[in-house]
Design a protein around this ligand. Structure first.
Ligand SMILES: [Cu+2]
Length: 493
């Protein structure tokens, strides 16, 4: 999608759009989970998936390979090949994709806080890409933005010391104007950071057994091929596919023991807001936000995640032996996968009441407030009236200063806001601290900013001052980001 390739919506047409055109909510015929394609999403662009006649390939939920790093002289190396591939979403039709050491998505990188690491991205895609460590606290030269291009046939290494609390981060393309398309084709993977404190907690930790990584996405398919063709309306409102998938599998099943199960959830979609929960309505505990554990578990029955947000949850299935439960998105009435609780527990865990201690910055100590207005006008998406320009530095942020960043969405469509290189905490929504939900009172790097709403974040840039190489802030609805809703900041010494 070229930045100049679409027009702004008038208020009237945006209202019409929001009042019922588009979306896949009504696509509930056919298979029980609605993943049958042929759903109307309307308003031009992809008109609903057409799936190949051979049907969806039946799978157990794929668990991405776990890479702990290959120790070479005291540095843990993670060798990643970005490659063209063909993935088996379907029985009789191979889908052209991009994958990372795999045919779709990539391995999970397990890192220990304090480790020296080198994430080595070899670009075998035949086109330029950049690869960003989302949520990673690292120097701007290692951030993997458009300032660190990986040309076709070359390898670029993100070399740094892991320097943050235990959390679930991820890596994905950050290619100028092409992030959305690159992610859509399959480039993304999780990063799990552990620290001394997380290892001591009585949490499910058996990767793929009771500690389950989840990359949640939705896609359109055209005769079994990925269909990335958003209309202007879909760019505006969100490119929400009608086929939902977890870890690159449609309608997968997950066999688990009757015990506490931990899910590390990434909303890996381009621009979909998910409202997640279990089909029997059971409650669960959120234990972590984007960049750290919550101080204490928060009980929920629904979990809203906007694109790029992560959450870790623990659900107690110890009394659910022989039950079948769907893990669903209630925003679009779709099932991501089905859980079969069909094994007796071989271990037990008991969720602690206290998970971590978070540093809470005092707003009274903030030395300035920066305003970020998310807006759109003729032909582009903008922040503070400016579309992304890779040659322009928008903000200079002094190292160590405590600041308030106030993000205001003036549009009639939802956005979110991501800051590279650091975590922040939301302190107000729409002018009130009481509007910040309990499960948002943690370390975040993406914050949902619904239409016509605002949020205040408390931010402090620590470490890694560099007066020339910038970091990014942007909307993480990838179609909006690619259309210009992004800016650059340097951390100054
Ligand atoms: Cu946006």
């Amino acid at each position: 999608m070229k930045r100049r390739g679409f027009l702004a919506l008038s208020a009237v047409s945006a209202l019409a759009l929001l009042s019922g055109c588009g979306g896949s909510d009504s696509n509930t015929n056919g298979m029980g989970n609605g993943n049958n394609g042929n759903g109307a999403n309307g308003m031009g662009g992809s008109q609903g998936s057409t799936l190949p006649s051979g049907g969806i390939k039946t799978k157990s939920l794929p668990i991405p390979a776990l890479l702990s790093g290959d120790d070479r002289g005291g540095v843990k190396h993670y060798d990643l090949s970005l490659q063209k591939a063909q993935h088996d979403f379907f029985n009789a039709t191979k889908t052209d994709t991009f994958g990372i050491n795999a045919t779709y998505l990539g391995p999970t990188l397990l890192m220990q806080n304090g480790d020296e690491v080198s994430v080595n991205y070899s670009n075998n895609l035949g086109e330029l890409v950049t690869m960003h460590g989302h949520g990673m606290h690292l120097p701007p030269s290692m951030d993997g933005t458009p300032h660190q291009p990986i040309t076709a046939g070359t390898t670029w290494s993100a070399r740094y010391k892991v320097n943050q609390k235990a959390c679930t981060n991820w890596y994905h393309p950050h290619t100028m104007d092409k992030t959305a398309e690159h992610v859509y084709k399959g480039l993304a993977g999780l990063i799990m950071i552990e620290d001394a404190k997380s290892k001591g907690l009585d949490l499910p930790k058996r990767y793929g057994e009771d500690d389950i990584p989840l990359v949640l996405q939705d896609r359109f398919f055209n005769n079994g091929q990925l269909d990335y063709n958003p209309s202007r309306m879909q760019v505006m409102r969100g490119y929400v596919g009608d086929v939902f998938m977890a870890n690159g599998a449609i309608d997968a099943t997950l066999d688990v023991e009757a015990k506490e199960i931990r899910f590390r959830i990434l909303n890996g979609s381009n621009s979909s807001i998910y409202n997640l929960g279990f089909s029997d309505g059971r409650s669960f505990k959120q234990i972590a936000t984007d960049n750290a554990f919550l101080e204490a578990p928060v009980s929920l029955t629904r979990l809203r995640l906007s694109p790029a947000e992560r959450a870790e949850i623990v659900v107690d299935l110890s009394s659910a032996l022989n039950q079948t439960i769907e893990f669903r998105d209630y925003q679009h009435n779709k099932t991501f996968f089905t859980i079969n609780v069909n094994k007796t527990a071989t271990t037990t865990t008991t969720l602690p009441n206290s998970l971590t201690t978070l540093e809470k910055l005092d707003p009274a100590l903030a030395v300035r407030t920066r305003q970020f207005t998310l807006d759109g006008s003729m032909g582009s998406f903008q922040i503070n009236g400016k579309s992304m320009d890779v040659n322009r530095i928008d903000e200079s942020v002094p190292l160590g200063d405590i600041e308030i960043w106030e993000v205001t969405n003036t549009m009639m469509v939802d956005h979110n806001f991501h800051i590279h290189a650091t975590h922040f905490m939301p302190i107000e929504r729409n002018g009130s601290a009481a509007n910040v939900a309990a499960n948002e009172k943690g370390y975040k790097d993406v914050i949902f900013v619904p239409a016509n709403e605002s949020v205040k974040l408390i931010v402090q840039m620590k470490d890694y001052a560099d007066n020339s190489v910038p970091y990014m802030y942007h909307c993480h609805f990838l179609e909006h980001e690619d259309a210009g809703m992004m800016g650059q900041f340097v951390v100054t010494s």
